[in-house]
Design a protein around this ligand. Structure first.
Ligand code: SF4
Ligand code: SF4
Length: 187
């Protein structure tokens, strides 16, 4: 990506764990906070990892397609503490950049491996919430984000659907959620 400025290679901000802690309301506050996106084939693996570690995880549906919400195409692993902290975040251990450590780093979901890339178009879009991207998003080098781009492409190829009726699961998590927990027709 040519920006006219010296490129800076992506690396996590020292001490930051924001993407494992803060959860958005998506697409709007009415739906409640979202969890970490899981593809259907990742759900059982996350449940097994939680069992092995003796922690409990709450995994809800996220998106479904069909005239009714017949086929679930994505799940979400909910956070703890009002929906924020990922249950796999180990607050006792430090990550290599001084943040909290992911206790399943080598087996983390694809969505975590893709972050902070949120759109892998011709030019990759980086999440403006990411602490590194707030400072450097225009100068992040794509060759420092190949793993993230590959993970996001895998997610997009699985979740993309020609089906016009997409259902979103309202999580009813967080203070501003309005919809009760359950399916809402998205469009
Ligand atoms: S928010 Fe960005 S800088 Fe902070 S831990 Fe996540 S990816 Fe790294
Ligand atoms: S699974 Fe690991 S990388 Fe993903 S949000 Fe949880 S702690 Fe962070």
């Amino acid at each position: 990506m040519h920006t006219g400025k010296p490129a800076i290679r992506f690396s996590c901000v020292q001490g930051c764990s924001d993407c494992c802690i803060y959860r958005d309301y998506y697409p709007t506050k009415e739906f409640g906070k979202i969890g970490v996106l899981l593809l259907p084939e990742e759900k059982a693996r996350m449940e097994n990892l939680a069992r092995q570690k003796g922690i409990s995880v709450r995994i809800l549906p996220r998106l479904a397609i069909g005239d009714k919400p017949e086929k679930i195409i994505a799940y979400q692993m909910m956070g703890i503490e009002d929906g924020d902290w990922c249950p796999f975040l180990d607050t006792e251990k430090e990550s290599p950049h001084g943040g909290h450590s992911c206790s399943i780093y080598e087996e983390r979901p694809l969505a975590c491996a893709a972050y902070p890339v949120i759109d892998a178009g011709k030019v990759a879009t980086l999440d403006p919430h990411c602490q590194f991207c707030k400072k450097h998003s225009q100068t992040a080098r794509l060759d420092g984000l190949q793993g993230e781009l590959e993970a996001l492409s895998k997610i997009q190829s699985k979740v993309r659907s020609e089906n016009k009726r997409v259902w979103r699961y309202a999580t009813a998590t967080g203070q501003d959620a309005v919809f009760p927990e359950g399916w809402v027709l998205d469009a």
